[in-house]
Design a binder for this molecule. Structure first.
Ligand SMILES: NC(=O)CC[C@H](N)C(=O)O
Length: 355
């Protein structure tokens, strides 16, 4: 069945629908990874977004149910140049189309994704609809105006707190839309983790007497997380804390810094980031549309993007707090920056010994 992508700026692309055939509205973003489509579709940070893959053939190794980053896809729509109809991989359990149908996500194939990516790169990320019939300008405007992703974190956070046992240090995790591989990364280091919904108060979190706090990745604009910010302010004062992506942005805001929206974001598996302390460049996995613009006075920059010079990591000058904008847990992407988890473990040990 024929389907259309209609963008906020009036550009229209025609293709063929797959997955669940339904009209959807979202923010249209592009991801440059050649692989990793199932991880990114299920990464809760993409909640409310229509993702276009720049790599032209998607679905060729199918879907397996082990590499999902959350219980189900969190994207609103998926746009590809060509959908692989005959996946081949020893771990493949179903094809992309069946998975999207099963989980109720709309796909659009046969799109000139290079042209679409150029539009987003030149004009910035914008809203769009995938639709079964062309909308008039007024209808399109109405649909786009009804799009609101302001409560994205609430939609994807855990409903209740839970604990995963481990013999090592105890990390309290604030789940703003956490990826499974972050939990796996902490477990691989032997940690016990207690995961809290984003709505948990700082008192509830401290009640489990954690050794450290982890602020997760998550969808949307960090400035929409007003109540969470109040909790973050209290937590960072009291415990060693690490923040990743949305967690990084929230710490910056909580300590008096500022964030802004990037023109078209960083989404892909090969973003070079310089660790200024180590004087080394790491290839990182990224997925963000916002960035820290003004660094809080109490913090300093530890990492920068080699692509656009934007801030990729911060450290507190006196307190045991540090943050990164990229994804050290990878999935998808290279695991070069797993050392960030090690660094947090070392920090917790140092605090423990100093206490
Ligand atoms: N992966 C993330 O945590 C993304 C953070 C935030 N939602 C952004 O787009 O910048």
């Amino acid at each position: 069945m024929i389907g259309y992508l209609q963008l906020e700026n009036g550009r229209t692309f025609e293709g063929t629908l797959f997955g669940k055939v339904e009209d959807v509205t979202g923010e249209v973003v592009f991801n440059t990874g050649m692989t990793g489509y199932q991880e990114l579709m299920t990464d809760p940070s993409y909640y409310g977004q229509i993702v276009t893959m720049t790599y032209p053939l998607i679905g060729n190794y199918g879907i397996n149910l082990e590499d999902l980053e959350s219980d189900r896809p969190k994207i609103t729509g998926l746009i590809v140049r060509e959908r692989a109809k005959h996946p081949s991989n020893f771990r493949c359990e179903m094809d992309l189309d069946s998975y999207l149908k099963y989980s109720g996500v709309t796909g659009l194939e046969g799109i000139d994704t290079r042209a679409l990516t150029k539009v987003i790169r030149d004009h910035g990320t914008m809203r769009g609809v995938i639709t079964t019939r062309m909308l008039t300008d007024t209808q399109l405007k109405q649909r786009l105006d009804s799009y609101d992703n302001g409560d994205a974190v609430r939609q994807v956070t855990a409903r209740e707190s839970y604990t995963l046992e481990g013999a090592g240090v105890h990390v309290a995790i604030m789940d703003f839309g956490i990826k499974n591989n972050i939990l796996r990364s902490f477990q691989a280091k032997g940690c016990k983790v207690t995961v809290f919904p984003a709505t948990a108060s700082w008192q509830e979190v401290l009640q489990v007497r954690p050794d450290g706090i982890f602020l997760s990745n998550g969808p949307g604009d960090p400035k929409d997380c007003r109540e969470i910010l109040e909790n973050v302010k209290e937590l960072v004062e009291r415990k060693p804390t690490i923040g990743i992506c949305l967690g990084h942005q929230l710490i910056a805001l909580a300590l008096g810094g500022d964030t802004q929206k990037l023109a078209f974001g960083h989404r892909g598996s090969n973003h070079p980031v310089k660790d200024l302390g180590r004087d080394r460049v790491f290839i990182t996995s990224q997925n963000h549309g916002y960035v820290v613009k003004d660094v809080p006075e109490s913090m300093e920059v530890t990492h920068i993007s080699m692509n656009d010079g934007s801030i990729e990591g911060l450290r507190h000058k006196d307190k045991p707090i540090f943050t990164v904008q990229f994804h050290p847990e990878a999935s998808p992407g290279p695991s070069d920056s797993d050392y960030i988890f090690e660094q947090f473990m070392t920090l917790l040990e140092e605090v423990e010994q100093g206490a």
